[in-house]
Design a protein around this ligand. Structure first.
Ligand code: NAI
Ligand code: MG
Length: 487
């Protein structure tokens, strides 16, 4: 497949295709479960297929863990908690975490290509964002492992025990790192369940973990669908549940965990406002708007999916935004020039198409640059809706795709009111030259992360998490350790 430029053919210089080679990755025909330090066939005997969403080509057959497999994984984590990993001093745990971090760096190309194949995201994002950040999370938490007694959690903070962790498909390796690194640094053992459309990088990470020599059972990785996830979070042998995914499933998990004494952190959906004032540096803001909603095809919980423009600059910003979008390149995720890759799955594409149709039916104006979509695979063009009002579905519901809803405001007070008019509260962006206005806004926006004159910036030292229906608990930084430590 070649990249398809969204610019009009003949009016611009064409890029030559620059595909990353997939030779570096060896994909097994079939994958088993990683339990007790080895790969074991599922007791269920069942497997399912993971696809390349850019081509619909099957990549591998992956084990579907059933109740007996969940039992076995949890028992293995319990044993490691009591007999090996849970007894190691922090300085020993740190050595293993550094080893994992370095192995991710050494195998960075392999991880990046595998992630783009299984998920559909552009190679430049997996290569420059997902993989380096995953390594950074292990490095950062390795540094904490022997310093927990000096971090304000008391002189001898204790791990909770066994963590059951369920992650989504939008950042498969990175979310595995967000979950495993803090849990391991604090002395917990883990049973991690990757998403069913993107299990392959977690399984490569399992290999890295085995090679790093962690005690068997410290990390167990079990693949499967939502029923495996439900079995894991509901398992009586789990002390702590950490989930990233949809608000709908988050609510189910909260209900399942209520009254059990399990500790819970939830990182759920979002409908973030990205607010541009009339004194903002417009070109910079346009780059931030593009990065805010078109990064990772908009499959980002903290995506800047509601653009709030101050009325006096709205037309100018929209005009420049549209010109910029016409230069984005959509196509082969393995091409190094690609900006927009494939939508992760057929159901996700259906959801995006349904919400976009609702936007049109409710009277918002839909716009996309000229853009030819590849014939096979799951694709959606970068899309902007103007004339959106707060009551529109596309202003309220998480679309989780490359679709931006544009609203306007006149005063800072109106911007705050509109930004906060959402059941979510994960992130927000502010674009203005005035430092005082940034502080004024940041104090009033009900969002866990507020970016100023930038967007979608992540660092392992910076806590991430939400309010309201975006969930609770923080990941990253000192605050993220708290979710894995007991009294
Ligand atoms: P999902 O919430 O169903 O899937 C996330 C993970 O939870 C997967 O590993 C899945 O197997 C697991 N899971 C599903 N049902 C479960 C249950 N009852 N108990 C335990 N684990 C369970 O998300 P899905 O269906 O893939 O996407 C639906 C929508 O959710 C998206 O369109 C998007 O709006 C939102 N979403 C938000 C994410 C975020 O990072 N905030 C990530 C993924 C989806
Ligand atoms: Mg896949």
């Amino acid at each position: 497949m070649t990249s398809v430029s969204t610019t009009t053919p003949g009016t611009d210089w064409e890029y030559a295709p620059s595909p990353e080679s997939r030779e570096i990755v060896t994909i097994q025909r079939e994958y088993n479960l990683f339990i007790g330090g080895e790969f074991v066939p599922p007791a269920s005997g069942e497997h399912f297929t993971t696809l390349n969403p850019a081509t619909e080509e099957p990549l591998a057959s992956v084990a579907q863990a059933g109740p007996a497999d969940v039992d076995r994984a949890v028992a293995s984590a319990r044993k490691a908690s009591e007999a090996s990993w849970g007894r190691l001093p922090g300085r020993e745990r740190a050595k293993y975490l550094y080893r994992i971090a370095r192995a991710i760096q050494e195998r960075a190309r392999e991880f990046a290509v595998l992630e783009s194949l299984d998920n559909g995201k552009p190679i430049k994002e997996s290569r420059d964002v997902d993989v380096p950040l995953a390594a950074a999370h292990f490095f950062y938490h390795a540094g904490w492992a022997d310093k927990l007694g000096y971090a304000g959690f008391g002189p001898d903070p204790r791990p909770l025990g066994v963590a059951g962790q369920v992650i989504p498909w939008n950042f498969p390796l990175l979310m595995a790192a967000w979950k495993l690194a803090p849990a391991l640094a604090t002395g917990n053992t883990c049973v991690l369940k990757p998403a069913e459309t993107t299990p392959l990088t977690a399984l490569l990470l399992a290999r890295v973990i085995a090679e790093a020599g962690l005690p068997p059972g410290a990390v167990n990785i079990i693949t499967g669908d939502g029923s495996t996830g439900a079995g894991l979070v509901g398992h009586p042998g789990v002390d702590k549940v950490a989930f990233t995914g949809s608000t709908e499933v988050g609510k189910e998990i909260q209900a399942a965990v209520a009254g059990t004494g399990k500790r819970l952190t939830l990182e759920l959906g979002g409908k973030a406002a990205n607010v541009v004032f009339d004194d903002a540096p417009i070109d910079q803001a346009v780059e931030g708007i593009v990065n805010g909603i078109f990064f990772n095809q908009g499959h980002v919980c903290c995506a800047g999916s509601r653009l709030l423009l101050q009325e006096s600059v709205a037309d100018a910003v929209l005009d420049r935004l549209k010109r910029r979008l016409a230069t984005l390149r959509l196509g082969d995720p393995l091409d190094k020039n690609t900006d927009i890759g494939a939508i992760n799955s057929r159901p996700q594409l259906d959801k995006i198409e349904g919400l976009v149709a609702a936007g049109e039916a409710e009277g918002a104006q839909r716009w996309s640059p000229p853009c030819q979509l590849p014939a096979r695979g799951y694709w959606f063009p970068p899309t902007v809706f103007s004339g959106v009002s707060q009551s529109h579905k596309i202003a309220r519901e998480e679309i989780f795709g490359p679709v931006l809803s544009v609203l306007t405001f006149r005063t800072p007070e109106e911007a705050v009111a509109k930004a906060n008019n959402t059941p979510y509260g994960l992130s927000a962006g502010i674009w203005t030259e005035k430092g005082s206005r940034i502080l004024w806004m940041a104090g009033r926006l009900r969002a866990g992360v507020v970016w100023a004159n930038t967007y979608n910036r992540f660092d392992p030292a910076s806590p991430f998490g939400g309010y309201q229906e975006s969930g609770f608990g923080r990941e990253g930084g000192r605050a993220g350790l708290a979710g894995y430590l007991g009294a």
